[in-house]
Design a protein. Sequence first.
Length: 249
Amino acid sequence: MSEDRKVIIADDATLKRMSRRGFITAAVATGGGYGAWKWLRTREHLDYLNWPLRRVLELNESVAEAYFRKARLSPTFPPSRITRPARLNGNIGLDPRFDPSTWLLRIEGTPRPLTLTLDDIKALPRREQITEFRCIEGWSMIVKWTGTRLADLMAKYPPAERMCYVAMETPDRGYYVGLDMQSAMHPQTLLAYELNDEPLSPMHGAPLRLAIPVKYGIKNIKRIALIRYTNVRPADFWAERGYDWYAGH
Protein backbone atom coordinates (compact mmCIF):
# COMPACT_ATOMS: atom_id res chain seq x y z
CA MET A 1 0.00 0.00 0.00
CA SER A 2 1.35 3.44 -0.91
CA GLU A 3 2.27 5.96 1.73
CA ASP A 4 -0.37 8.40 0.45
CA ARG A 5 -3.05 5.71 0.78
CA LYS A 6 -1.98 4.99 4.36
CA VAL A 7 -2.19 8.70 5.23
CA ILE A 8 -5.72 8.96 3.79
CA ILE A 9 -6.89 5.88 5.73
CA ALA A 10 -5.28 7.19 8.95
CA ASP A 11 -6.87 10.62 8.51
CA ASP A 12 -10.26 9.03 7.85
CA ALA A 13 -10.01 6.97 11.03
CA THR A 14 -8.96 10.03 13.02
CA LEU A 15 -11.92 12.02 11.70
CA LYS A 16 -14.31 9.20 12.64
CA ARG A 17 -12.92 9.06 16.17
CA MET A 18 -13.18 12.86 16.46
CA SER A 19 -16.74 12.81 15.13
CA ARG A 20 -17.76 10.11 17.63
CA ARG A 21 -16.04 11.99 20.45
CA GLY A 22 -17.72 15.24 19.45
CA PHE A 23 -21.12 13.56 19.26
CA ILE A 24 -20.68 11.96 22.68
CA THR A 25 -19.46 15.26 24.18
CA ALA A 26 -22.40 17.15 22.70
CA ALA A 27 -24.85 14.51 23.93
CA VAL A 28 -23.41 14.64 27.45
CA ALA A 29 -23.47 18.46 27.45
CA THR A 30 -27.04 18.53 26.17
CA GLY A 31 -28.14 15.95 28.73
CA GLY A 32 -26.40 17.83 31.53
CA GLY A 33 -27.91 21.13 30.43
CA TYR A 34 -31.39 19.63 30.23
CA GLY A 35 -30.95 18.04 33.65
CA ALA A 36 -29.83 21.36 35.17
CA TRP A 37 -32.74 23.18 33.51
CA LYS A 38 -35.22 20.57 34.77
CA TRP A 39 -33.73 20.76 38.28
CA LEU A 40 -33.94 24.55 38.25
CA ARG A 41 -37.54 24.51 37.05
CA THR A 42 -38.58 22.31 39.97
CA ARG A 43 -36.98 24.46 42.69
CA GLU A 44 -39.27 26.34 45.04
CA HIS A 45 -39.97 29.99 44.35
CA LEU A 46 -38.51 32.70 46.56
CA ASP A 47 -39.83 36.21 45.98
CA TYR A 48 -41.34 35.36 42.59
CA LEU A 49 -38.29 33.48 41.26
CA ASN A 50 -36.75 30.00 41.59
CA TRP A 51 -34.58 30.21 44.67
CA PRO A 52 -31.18 29.53 42.98
CA LEU A 53 -31.76 32.45 40.60
CA ARG A 54 -32.98 34.66 43.44
CA ARG A 55 -29.83 33.84 45.43
CA VAL A 56 -27.71 34.95 42.45
CA LEU A 57 -29.58 38.27 42.32
CA GLU A 58 -29.14 38.71 46.07
CA LEU A 59 -25.39 38.13 45.65
CA ASN A 60 -25.30 40.75 42.89
CA GLU A 61 -27.15 43.15 45.18
CA SER A 62 -24.76 42.62 48.09
CA VAL A 63 -21.75 43.24 45.82
CA ALA A 64 -23.31 46.41 44.36
CA GLU A 65 -24.19 47.75 47.81
CA ALA A 66 -20.67 47.01 49.07
CA TYR A 67 -18.99 49.26 46.49
CA PHE A 68 -21.72 51.96 46.43
CA ARG A 69 -20.54 55.38 47.58
CA LYS A 70 -22.44 58.68 47.52
CA ALA A 71 -19.25 60.28 46.24
CA ARG A 72 -19.12 57.85 43.31
CA LEU A 73 -20.84 59.72 40.51
CA SER A 74 -22.11 58.50 37.18
CA PRO A 75 -20.21 60.06 34.25
CA THR A 76 -21.57 63.33 32.88
CA PHE A 77 -21.45 64.45 29.25
CA PRO A 78 -21.39 67.65 27.16
CA PRO A 79 -24.62 68.79 25.45
CA SER A 80 -23.26 67.59 22.09
CA ARG A 81 -23.60 63.99 23.30
CA ILE A 82 -27.33 64.18 24.08
CA THR A 83 -29.37 61.50 22.32
CA ARG A 84 -32.13 63.05 20.21
CA PRO A 85 -34.92 62.23 20.21
CA ALA A 86 -34.97 60.68 23.66
CA ARG A 87 -36.11 57.09 23.45
CA LEU A 88 -39.22 55.92 25.30
CA ASN A 89 -38.86 53.03 27.72
CA GLY A 90 -42.32 51.81 28.60
CA ASN A 91 -45.76 53.13 29.49
CA ILE A 92 -46.80 51.05 32.50
CA GLY A 93 -48.67 53.27 34.95
CA LEU A 94 -49.17 56.05 32.37
CA ASP A 95 -52.94 56.14 31.95
CA PRO A 96 -53.61 58.15 28.75
CA ARG A 97 -56.74 59.63 30.34
CA PHE A 98 -54.67 61.30 33.08
CA ASP A 99 -55.15 65.07 33.41
CA PRO A 100 -51.82 66.71 34.45
CA SER A 101 -53.68 69.70 35.88
CA THR A 102 -55.06 67.44 38.63
CA TRP A 103 -51.63 66.13 39.64
CA LEU A 104 -50.47 66.34 43.24
CA LEU A 105 -47.56 64.67 45.04
CA ARG A 106 -48.36 63.01 48.35
CA ILE A 107 -45.55 62.39 50.82
CA GLU A 108 -45.99 59.85 53.62
CA GLY A 109 -43.71 58.82 56.46
CA THR A 110 -43.36 62.45 57.55
CA PRO A 111 -44.73 63.67 60.91
CA ARG A 112 -47.93 64.44 58.99
CA PRO A 113 -48.76 63.42 55.41
CA LEU A 114 -48.13 66.22 52.92
CA THR A 115 -49.50 67.16 49.53
CA LEU A 116 -47.32 69.19 47.16
CA THR A 117 -47.89 70.87 43.82
CA LEU A 118 -45.39 71.05 40.98
CA ASP A 119 -44.71 74.67 41.96
CA ASP A 120 -43.72 73.44 45.43
CA ILE A 121 -41.22 71.08 43.79
CA LYS A 122 -39.88 73.81 41.52
CA ALA A 123 -39.35 76.07 44.54
CA LEU A 124 -36.60 73.70 45.71
CA PRO A 125 -33.02 74.14 44.38
CA ARG A 126 -32.91 73.56 40.62
CA ARG A 127 -30.37 71.04 39.34
CA GLU A 128 -29.27 70.01 35.87
CA GLN A 129 -27.24 67.00 34.77
CA ILE A 130 -26.45 65.20 31.54
CA THR A 131 -26.09 61.52 32.30
CA GLU A 132 -26.55 58.13 30.70
CA PHE A 133 -29.88 56.36 31.02
CA ARG A 134 -29.28 52.60 30.91
CA CYS A 135 -32.04 50.14 30.16
CA ILE A 136 -31.79 46.64 31.57
CA GLU A 137 -32.58 45.41 28.03
CA GLY A 138 -29.11 46.53 26.94
CA TRP A 139 -29.59 49.91 25.26
CA SER A 140 -28.72 53.34 26.61
CA MET A 141 -29.08 57.03 25.81
CA ILE A 142 -27.62 60.29 27.08
CA VAL A 143 -30.18 62.69 28.50
CA LYS A 144 -30.25 66.10 30.13
CA TRP A 145 -32.44 66.12 33.22
CA THR A 146 -33.63 69.19 35.10
CA GLY A 147 -35.29 69.00 38.48
CA THR A 148 -34.50 68.93 42.17
CA ARG A 149 -32.53 66.42 44.16
CA LEU A 150 -34.58 63.91 46.09
CA ALA A 151 -32.18 64.65 48.95
CA ASP A 152 -33.27 68.32 48.85
CA LEU A 153 -36.92 67.32 49.03
CA MET A 154 -36.15 65.05 51.98
CA ALA A 155 -34.26 67.85 53.72
CA LYS A 156 -37.27 70.15 53.29
CA TYR A 157 -39.81 67.47 54.24
CA PRO A 158 -37.87 64.96 56.39
CA PRO A 159 -39.06 61.55 57.59
CA ALA A 160 -40.65 61.28 61.01
CA GLU A 161 -37.77 59.03 62.06
CA ARG A 162 -34.70 57.38 60.62
CA MET A 163 -35.81 55.34 57.60
CA CYS A 164 -34.10 52.76 55.41
CA TYR A 165 -36.16 52.95 52.20
CA VAL A 166 -38.16 55.18 49.90
CA ALA A 167 -41.21 53.90 48.01
CA MET A 168 -42.70 55.60 44.94
CA GLU A 169 -45.92 54.97 43.02
CA THR A 170 -47.79 56.27 39.99
CA PRO A 171 -51.29 57.78 40.50
CA ASP A 172 -53.08 54.45 39.91
CA ARG A 173 -50.26 52.36 41.41
CA GLY A 174 -49.87 50.80 38.01
CA TYR A 175 -46.12 51.11 38.52
CA TYR A 176 -44.16 51.27 41.76
CA VAL A 177 -40.52 51.08 42.85
CA GLY A 178 -38.52 50.83 46.04
CA LEU A 179 -35.17 52.51 46.67
CA ASP A 180 -32.55 51.93 49.32
CA MET A 181 -31.90 55.13 51.25
CA GLN A 182 -28.29 55.45 50.07
CA SER A 183 -29.38 55.55 46.46
CA ALA A 184 -32.27 57.91 47.23
CA MET A 185 -29.82 60.36 48.85
CA HIS A 186 -27.27 60.15 46.04
CA PRO A 187 -26.50 63.66 44.69
CA GLN A 188 -27.46 62.63 41.15
CA THR A 189 -30.89 61.28 42.12
CA LEU A 190 -33.33 63.85 40.76
CA LEU A 191 -37.05 64.45 40.78
CA ALA A 192 -37.07 65.64 37.18
CA TYR A 193 -39.65 67.89 35.51
CA GLU A 194 -37.69 68.66 32.32
CA LEU A 195 -35.97 66.48 29.75
CA ASN A 196 -33.52 68.01 27.27
CA ASP A 197 -34.61 71.55 28.29
CA GLU A 198 -38.30 70.85 27.65
CA PRO A 199 -41.10 70.04 30.11
CA LEU A 200 -41.64 66.31 30.37
CA SER A 201 -44.06 64.88 27.83
CA PRO A 202 -46.84 62.58 29.09
CA MET A 203 -45.01 59.50 27.76
CA HIS A 204 -41.79 60.57 29.47
CA GLY A 205 -43.57 60.85 32.81
CA ALA A 206 -45.05 64.34 33.09
CA PRO A 207 -45.27 66.15 35.33
CA LEU A 208 -42.62 64.56 37.59
CA ARG A 209 -40.44 61.47 37.31
CA LEU A 210 -37.36 59.95 38.87
CA ALA A 211 -33.99 60.27 37.16
CA ILE A 212 -31.48 58.06 38.97
CA PRO A 213 -28.40 57.26 36.85
CA VAL A 214 -26.92 54.89 39.44
CA LYS A 215 -29.82 52.51 38.72
CA TYR A 216 -31.12 50.81 35.60
CA GLY A 217 -34.13 52.30 33.83
CA ILE A 218 -36.63 50.06 35.60
CA LYS A 219 -36.12 52.19 38.74
CA ASN A 220 -36.64 55.51 36.93
CA ILE A 221 -40.37 55.68 37.69
CA LYS A 222 -42.51 58.11 35.69
CA ARG A 223 -45.42 60.27 36.85
CA ILE A 224 -44.68 59.98 40.56
CA ALA A 225 -47.78 60.60 42.68
CA LEU A 226 -46.62 59.16 46.01
CA ILE A 227 -43.34 59.18 47.91
CA ARG A 228 -43.29 57.21 51.16
CA TYR A 229 -40.42 56.92 53.65
CA THR A 230 -40.45 53.51 55.30
CA ASN A 231 -38.45 50.93 57.22
CA VAL A 232 -40.17 48.08 55.38
CA ARG A 233 -38.53 47.12 52.10
CA PRO A 234 -41.04 48.42 49.52
CA ALA A 235 -42.72 46.40 46.83
CA ASP A 236 -41.16 46.83 43.40
CA PHE A 237 -42.96 46.19 40.10
CA TRP A 238 -40.16 44.39 38.27
CA ALA A 239 -38.72 42.65 41.33
CA GLU A 240 -42.13 40.96 41.59
CA ARG A 241 -41.56 39.71 38.06
CA GLY A 242 -38.18 38.13 38.63
CA TYR A 243 -35.78 41.06 38.30
CA ASP A 244 -33.21 42.36 40.76
CA TRP A 245 -34.77 44.58 43.47
CA TYR A 246 -31.62 46.68 43.83
CA ALA A 247 -31.09 47.18 40.06
CA GLY A 248 -27.81 49.08 40.46
CA HIS A 249 -24.93 49.09 38.00
